[in-house]
Design a protein around this ligand. Sequence first.
Ligand SMILES: C[S@@+](CC[C@H](N)C(=O)[O-])C[C@H]1O[C@@H](n2cnc3c(N)ncnc32)[C@H](O)[C@@H]1O
Length: 207
Amino acid sequence: MKDNKAKTDYLNKIIVEPMDIMQFLRESEDLRDDICPSVGKEIGKLLYFLAIYSNSKKIVEVGTSIGYSTSWLGMAAKKNDGHVITIEIAERLINEAKANIKMMNLEDNVTFIHGFGENIISDLPSEIDLIFIDSATKSYERLYEVSLNKLKKGGLLIFEDILFSVSGKRNIQKEMMNDFNIKINNDNRIEKSFLGIGDGLLLCLKR
Ligand SMILES: C[S@@+](CC[C@H](N)C(=O)[O-])C[C@H]1O[C@@H](n2cnc3c(N)ncnc32)[C@H](O)[C@@H]1O
């Protein structure tokens, strides 16, 4: 993934976040060991672009952390007159993300839910426009099924980190991710596109 890293580093230099606090959030992560990394700027911008392009109003995110990707989705929701529901298992992070989203004036467009994404999504109303999954990869298979069930026809389902362990040494995780990717690739309920940006992004369009 060395080539990809050089390209990502280049893009990260030229992409500018629309709010200073977004840059602050992303950069402050490097000084912390109590949170997992957020998506890069290029993926944040792509999420925003896809949400705008698809005119998504009902947006769901799994894996809020401190709200960096939520801010890109929240901005798109604001522009589309829509709303983001973001789900996080770590309660301490929800409080922090809430404060960050408020500082960006996006609080009217984002609702925070504490819990496991796979359980919460099952209880949400259907006809969701866009779902972004960036949680523990061991939940991906279950999250895929519940999300597909709740997505509207033509809705977008996006997974982050699908190549994270594929090139690594951790065999169990590598096999699990490989099985997931193969399952998706063979699923005729969706159109799909595997992208090698960041740690791997998977775009699914419900047929
Ligand atoms: C990689 S971080 C999310 C980063 C965030 N999306 C961003 O780019 O700013 C993953 C987060 O998912 C949360 N998480 C893990 N498994 C989860 C699950 N099954 N449901 C909800 N949240 C989960 C973790 O606590 C962690 O904060």
